[in-house]
Design a protein around this ligand. Structure first.
Ligand code: ZN
Length: 113
């Protein structure tokens, strides 16, 4: 997913949650982001600032929790943490693996006032 679309989706969800609580303003958003996602917190925040202008989320701060990546070797089924994006099994040396975690990007919670 492209960064702009991903941030737009997060923003829409946050506004929905705030509306459901009948909150007037969103102050803070907690996001979870997998370590294999190559967005930076600065670019996400500036994207968010741009997209949220004029909405009830205008000025909200983003807090990003990094989710550790885990992959599973398709040859021997060992689960491991990929090193610097290198996906080579430490057990059997096979390259390529199924990604279990590390690609997520989602809204965990919204704080409002
Ligand atoms: Zn293996």
């Amino acid at each position: 997913m492209r960064e702009r679309e991903a941030v737009q989706t997060i923003l829409e969800k946050a506004i929905q949650q705030a509306n459901a609580k009948k909150a007037g303003h969103i102050t803070r958003l907690q996001l979870a982001m997998g370590e294999l996602v190559d967005y930076t917190s600065e670019s996400i925040q500036s994207r968010f600032d741009e997209l949220s202008r004029g909405t009830i989320a205008d000025g909200a701060k983003l807090e990003i929790r990094l989710v550790r990546a885990e992959v599973q070797c398709m040859a021997c089924f060992t689960k491991y943490h990929p090193n610097e994006g290198d996906i080579v099994c430490p057990n059997c040396g096979a390259m390529g693996a199924k990604i279990l975690t590390g690609e997520e990007f989602f809204l965990e919670s919204t704080e409002t006032d």
